[in-house]
Ligand binder design. Structure first.
Ligand SMILES: [Zn+2]
Ligand SMILES: [Zn+2]
Length: 462
């Protein structure tokens, strides 16, 4: 009998997405992501897959985030040799993300941070090269025959550039066709650069993410107005705004909003803008290459001859020397990684500016418990960065409307499209309180008992 085993993003763990669809004839891995977060969770990366990678026929990759693609080099190292299906944009972003992750992996090994028993590199750059050579680019909306009667189609998941949901048709032993949908990570509708998630009408089984299954995002307009207030304050007090950014999608969203604010002449005086992240700059170039995936808003800008990620006053900072010169910046917005101040150049900017009452620290994304970003967001006045105690006198903001994940309302809207066709919904990729909240909502609105699988649990598709 066909079955799915949840090897990641289950049991209330958000990261490590990795689901094995096994039809007896064909074994398909949907995503092969890295476990991230607490030490206990991170250790799962190095404890084996729970299956033999050489028996997998193909990987269906939903998108380039590390928690979905990060263990592909390990998969290849341990014998996987099949195709990796994904969109072209996902392939290009995955390349950037895997090389960046390898750098962090090397550092973690050198500093002995991978836990007891893990003292050497778990994979090499050659494994990454092998991963990249296995990519088979597929298009949204087209049907592909894989093998032994398995067909699939990618739909836009509206989460980050190139992100996809998978519709997969399989044959049961009795010869009946069954359809299973893997949502991947779903975005919120109404984003400006990428398109809204596609709505899928029918499925027998649905595996859906639940990151914000119990939450509602504040609306985008409020967020943009808050952002504008901060910039106006810079105009008035000659301060600096420090924005910890995630290199993929969020950095581009911020550049996009700034482009609109600057070029419409809404600011009182000129400001300087620095994107101090070589990785985010590289990702921005990928975004510029794939305008074919833009939503109307971004396409309209392009038609008018405006480049959505470039505007007067913006500099893409390359060298560390140039980054250090931002120590005395005034009337400036500095964007740098990492997004949760867990490393990277952002730490130095916090050290250099956060003690000033005219400075602003602007969070634009989720801050995981334990990160420096979370401590600052929770109001801590002294934090330790790179061994130094930093006094936080800056004003702290949290602009929540930039989320690239669907909230409860968006998830329900997406799920409602399946109507009565669905035999079973499975909730993955969410902390337990979020999964439970979504399951409850699904029960109230669809009279359906959604299932919350455990890590390593197998479910049968009848
Ligand atoms: Zn994602
Ligand atoms: Zn994810």
């Amino acid at each position: 009998m066909s079955k799915v085993t949840f090897y990641g993003a289950a049991s209330g763990i958000v990261t490590g997405s990795c689901h094995l669809l096994d039809t007896n004839d064909v074994r398909i891995l949907v995503d092969c992501g890295l476990f991230q977060g607490s030490k206990k969770v991170v250790r799962l990366n190095w404890q084996g897959f729970g299956f033999d990678p050489s028996t997998i026929d193909a990987v269906f990759l939903t998108h380039a985030h590390l928690d979905h693609c990060g263990r592909l080099p390990l998969l290849v190292k341990h014998g996987f040799n099949g195709p990796i299906f994904a969109t072209d944009a996902t392939r290009d972003l995955t390349k950037i993300i895997l090389y960046d992750a390898f750098k962090l992996h090397k550092e973690a090994v050198e500093e002995g941070r991978l836990g007891p028993g893990v003292t050497s590199l778990q994979y090499t750059e050659d494994d990454i090269k092998k991963v990249l050579s296995l990519f088979k680019v597929v298009k949204y909306g087209e049907f592909y025959n894989f093998k032994n009667g398995v067909r699939f189609r990618l739909r836009d998941a509206g989460h980050i550039l190139g992100s996809a949901s998978y519709e997969i048709w399989i044959k049961t032993e009795e010869g009946r066709e069954r359809k299973i949908v893997f949502s991947g990570d779903l975005g919120q509708p109404g984003q400006r650069i990428i398109r809204d998630p596609d709505y899928i009408r029918e499925a027998d089984y649905v595996v859906v993410e639940s990151t914000y299954g119990g939450r509602l995002h504040p609306d985008k307009a409020t967020t943009v107005l808050e952002f504008l207030e901060i910039l106006k304050d810079l105009n008035k007090n000659r301060g600096v705004a420090i924005i910890p950014v995630f290199a993929v999608e969020r950095a581009q969203e911020i550049l996009y909003e700034l482009n609109l604010l600057v070029e419409r002449g809404i600011l009182d005086k000129e400001l300087s803008f620095y994107l101090d992240s070589p990785m985010a700059s590289e990702v921005t170039r990928v975004f510029e290459r794939y305008s074919k995936y833009y939503d109307e808003d971004a396409l309209l800008l392009l038609e008018k001859g405006d480049q959505p990620f470039r505007f007067p006053g913006l500099r893409f900072v390359k060298s560390v020397r140039e980054s250090k010169m931002l120590k005395d910046a005034k009337d400036a917005v500095i964007m740098a990684g990492s997004g949760m101040i867990t490393g990277g150049r952002i730490g130095h900017h916090i050290i250099n500016h956060a003690y000033k009452p005219t400075a602003h620290i602007v969070f634009v994304g989720y801050q995981v418990p334990g990160s420096v970003g979370r401590l600052i967001l929770d109001g801590r006045k002294k934090v330790k960065i790179y061994g130094r105690v930093v006094q936080i006198n800056a004003k702290v903001h949290y602009l929540q409307g930039f989320s690239s994940h669907a909230d409860q309302y968006d998830l329900m809207y997406w799920l409602r499209n399946f109507g009565r066709s669905v035999r079973q919904i499975f909730l993955v990729h969410g902390e337990n309180d979020q999964r439970e909240a979504l399951a409850h909502k699904i029960y109230l609105e669809m009279q359906h008992n959604a299932y919350m699988p455990l890590l390593g649990e197998t479910v049968y598709l009848r």
